[in-house]
Each structure stands twice: as structure tokens, then as C-alpha cells.
Design a protein around this ligand. Sequence first.
Ligand code: HEC
Length: 198
Amino acid sequence: MKLRTLNSVLLVVLLMLVGLTWALHRDPSRPGYQFIPEMVSSVPYDAYSANPNFPDGKTLRTPVEGTIPRGLMPLHYGKTDADARRAGEELKNPFPKDSLALVDRGARLYRTFCQPCHGESGHGDGTVTKYGFPPPPSFTAPNLVAMKDGQIFHTITYGKGNMPSLASQIPRDDRWIIILKVRSLQELGMQQTTVSRK
Ligand code: HEC
């Protein structure tokens, strides 16, 4: 075959390839071939799709009034001193105070959430009090030693005076566990006062 003929054949082949590539190009807006497509698009209504079966036209239903999340019993207290005392009578700490692992966890939580204000040993001399924040009372004050766990739980949950509510930062179980640490600080503080008096 002459070189010229070969070149014209190759040119034709090239043109055909270009032509085919153009003619058979994929349309990215259309899906390719679907093999057994039954489960690709769902039959039920999507969560946010319109729904003709309900009067308000929505698929997502609002929970029935009074519904509570599983495992989260509502607390029926307000942010008042009377309710704090009532919480002290009604709520009991579900955790044993002699578990070292829990006291350890309580100590870590205390460091994070309470120590900046209440201080390392709970005497109300945390770092922020050195910068003008009104100092909290010492945990060894007689009224705080006598205070029931439930009332401290109420204070952490709802806040008191200058102490903000910490409910959104500390889950309920952890609030009870922190109280174990507060108790151990109180015991330690009391021991120290007795020792220094001798
Ligand atoms: C932003 C600073 C701050 C943080 C953080 C803080 N407290 Fe307080 N706390 C205070 C102040 C201030 C008071 C005094 C409130 C008052 O009587 O007006 C107080 C009071 C208390 C009281 C006494 C409540 C009463 O009824 O007299 C307890 C118990 C207590 N805090 C526990 C805790 C625990 C436990 C934590 C950590 C989970 C914590 N606090 C975190 C500032 C703080």
C-alpha cells in the first residue's frame, strides 16, 4: 500500500473516531443504565416532601403533646429557692459515693466545670474570682455541708444568683457524679479544719 493511501485511511478512521466520540457522548444530566432499579428511588414519602394524606400537607409529624424523649424524664422544678429545697427532698443521687472510678470522673468534671469559680479545693477562690467575679461560698460552709444532693443538683441544673445554669453543658448523670466530688472536697476541707485547730 502506498503511504498516501495509508494516510487517507488513517485520516478517515480519525474523523470517524472524533465523530463517534461527539455523537455518543454521555449526557451527565441523565443517569446511566440502572440494573434492577427497584430500590433506587424509595416508595415512601421523604421526610421533608409534601404529603397529601395530612391536613397540614407535611410528611414529618410533630410528636403528640406531652411526649418525652426516651430515657429523659422531665424535671418539674422552677428556678426558685423553694423548688431547690423541694428537689433536695425529692431527688436522690443514683450513684454510690464509694466508687473510686466515679469519684475520679467527678474530679475531672469538677476541674472543667466548677473549679474556675469554686477553686481547686472548693473554697470559692477560683481563678475568675481574682479578676472581679464575685466569689462563691466555700463548700465547707455549714449550710453547704448540710445541703442535700438533690438541692446541689438543682443549683447545677438551674443556676443560682451569679452561678449560671450548667444544664446544657453537663448531662444529668454527670451532674450527680460531680456532687460526689463536691462531697469528697467537703470531707477533706472539714478534716483540714479539724487538724489545723488542734
Ligand atoms: C461561673 C462561676 C461558677 C461556676 C462555673 C460554678 N459555680 Fe457554683 N456558684 C457560683 C456562685 C457565684 C455561687 C453563689 C450563688 C449565690 O448564692 O448567689 C455558687 C453557688 C454554688 C452552690 C451553693 C448553692 C446555694 O444554694 O447556696 C453550689 C452547691 C455550687 N455553686 C456548686 C457548683 C458546682 C457543683 C459547679 C460545677 C458543676 C459549679 N457550682 C459551677 C459560681 C459558679
